[in-house]
Design a protein around this ligand. Structure first.
Ligand SMILES: NC(=O)c1ccc[n+]([C@@H]2O[C@H](COP(=O)([O-])OP(=O)(O)OC[C@H]3O[C@@H](n4cnc5c(N)ncnc54)[C@H](OP(=O)(O)O)[C@@H]3O)[C@@H](O)[C@H]2O)c1
Length: 432
């Protein structure tokens, strides 16, 4: 590894799939610009893959070699930076740990690893004075990591809310705009390459939750343990609710959100109704967006491609250039590299307005009894509509004033116990 600030930056690239190939393309197209911006060339020396005979979407740069032995990156004295674009948790953790041990800077797009098991890696990078950069791990091409670490570093962050998973947003957009049901929209997302063959991480909210844990660290400098984050995905979300929400003037979006309530963090990933006039409601297809509220800057909105080869490679490039410039590592945005545990508002105490849909018998007194169950928990109703009978009952849809999650659970349990509901109640938060 060289300290000469005009010598080429030597890179070991781990992974040459969607993002890795995108990176090779951007490097090939923008090489002269990189020199102008940093005074250095970026030279890919080794490219680690599982299957070297697979055809790659981008040609290897001159002089680069395909390898299957990770030690040829991590232990190579000439390599300055290891760029980890493999995915997964165990293999990349071992690779990054070993590369740090050998004094390599790290650039990664791996949100799952950093959210679930990042502490040890950040500690090691800090001890060694090395960069561990991860702009591409949250919201693809949107520069939200750098924005929180640098540009907004002088703000207290009041809240942050984002559409952080393009697959879910694509599915919800298709259901809303084209009237598709969930299964058809998911199949279409898979056909068009937006969704993985196994879409669990995306549609069950885990991918958005990984990103939210990283954003909470960057915004507040604390660790919200991934295992404790409330997560609700969009699997099986009904087109009935998409349509009823629209009648009330809302779109349903999968949001990751955090805000500070009396010194404690209230956070989670939930399908949420968003007023149709809000910018977040207008984020369509596979796009991502983040709205940040800082006490000095006010409200800020970032929108862009949250995935894909070139947008994600754009974020990786930003990190690589930062390393090439030799900037002092600023990995977490805080002096403390291993954050303290967040002070967490118990999720059942979180307060929100709610959209509620229940399927009931078409009988006198049902509405009165339901309103009674709500009132018993101190929940008041803002609006209510009754829809024509469906196969499994008469839909009653209402919007509530602000209530705690605990009160809402209790009221709906009471209604179920009283035999008022023909199917389990569906309820979603409304973004305030
Ligand atoms: N795709 C996106 O739009 C996107 C956006 C943001 C972040 N990310 C993140 O970026 C990372 C890469 O995603 P991707 O979509 O580019 O993945 P991908 O297309 O599946 O590519 C993964 C690459 O890593 C190699 N690889 C995987 N495990 C390996 C191992 N144990 N040893 C050696 N090589 C290994 C694969 O080799 P073979 O080709 O030989 O199988 C392949 O080249 C993930 O962490 C992902 O979450 C992706």
């Amino acid at each position: 590894m060289t300290n000469d600030s005009t010598a080429p930056l030597v890179v070991g690239l781990a992974g040459c799939g969607t993002v890795g190939s995108g990176l090779l393309r951007v490097l090939a197209e923008n090489g002269d610009l990189i020199r102008e911006r940093t005074g250095r060339d970026i030279r890919i020396k080794s490219v680690l893959v599982r299957n070297p005979s697979r055809v790659r979407a981008a040609p290897l740069p001159e002089g680069a070699r395909l390898v299957t032995d990770a030690a040829l990156l991590t232990d190579d004295p000439e390599t300055d930076v290891v760029v980890e674009l493999m995915g997964g948790i165990d293999a990349p953790r071992i690779l990054i740990d070993r590369a740090l041990e050998h004094g390599k800077h790290i650039v990664t797009a791996n949100k799952a690893l950093l959210a679930e098991d990042g502490a040890g890696l950040f500690r090691k990078a800090a001890e060694k004075g090395l960069a561990l950069l991860y702009e591409a791990s949250v919201a693809g091409g949107i520069p939200i990591v750098q924005t929180l670490k640098e540009s907004l570093a002088g703000n207290r962050i009041r809240s942050l809310v984002g559409i952080l998973n393009g697959t879910s947003n694509y599915i919800l957009s298709e259901m809303t705009s084209n009237g598709l049901d969930f299964e058809t929209a998911l199949a279409q997302a898979q056909e068009q390459g937006f969704a993985e063959a196994d879409p669990t991480l995306d549609i069950d909210g885990h991918d958005a939750a990984h990103k939210l844990v990283l954003l909470i660290r960057l915004a507040y400098g604390v660790e919200y343990p991934y295992a404790e984050l409330p997560i609700q995905g969009i699997r099986g979300l009904s087109e009935l609710d998409i349509n009823f929400a629209r009648e009330f003037g809302y779109r349903i979006k999968l949001l990751g959100q955090v805000n500070e309530v009396d010194g404690r963090l209230e956070a989670g990933v939930f399908p949420t109704l968003v007023r149709h006039t809000f910018l977040l409601a207008r984020v369509g297809g596979a796009y991502n967006a983040v709205r940040v509220e800082g006490n000095a800057v006010g409200s800020l909105f970032l929108h862009g491609r949250g995935a894909g080869d070139l947008p994600t490679a754009s974020a990786v490039m930003g990190d690589l250039l930062a390393v090439a410039r030799g900037a002092r590592p600023n990995n977490t945005g805080f002096v403390r590299q291993v954050p303290e545990r967040a002070r967490i508002l118990p999720p059942e105490e979180a307060r929100s307005c709610y959209y509620v849909r229940v399927m009931v018998r078409d009988a006198p007194g049902v509405l009165r009894d339901l309103a009674g169950a709500m009132a018993a928990e101190g929940i008041s109703l803002a609006q209510i509509i009754q829809k024509p009978e469906e196969r499994c009952g008469v839909p009653l849809v209402f919007m509530t004033h602000e209530a705690s999650a605990r009160a809402m659970d209790a009221a709906l349990r009471q209604a179920a116990d009283a035999g008022l509901l023909r199917t389990p109640a569906v309820y979603y938060r409304i973004l305030g």
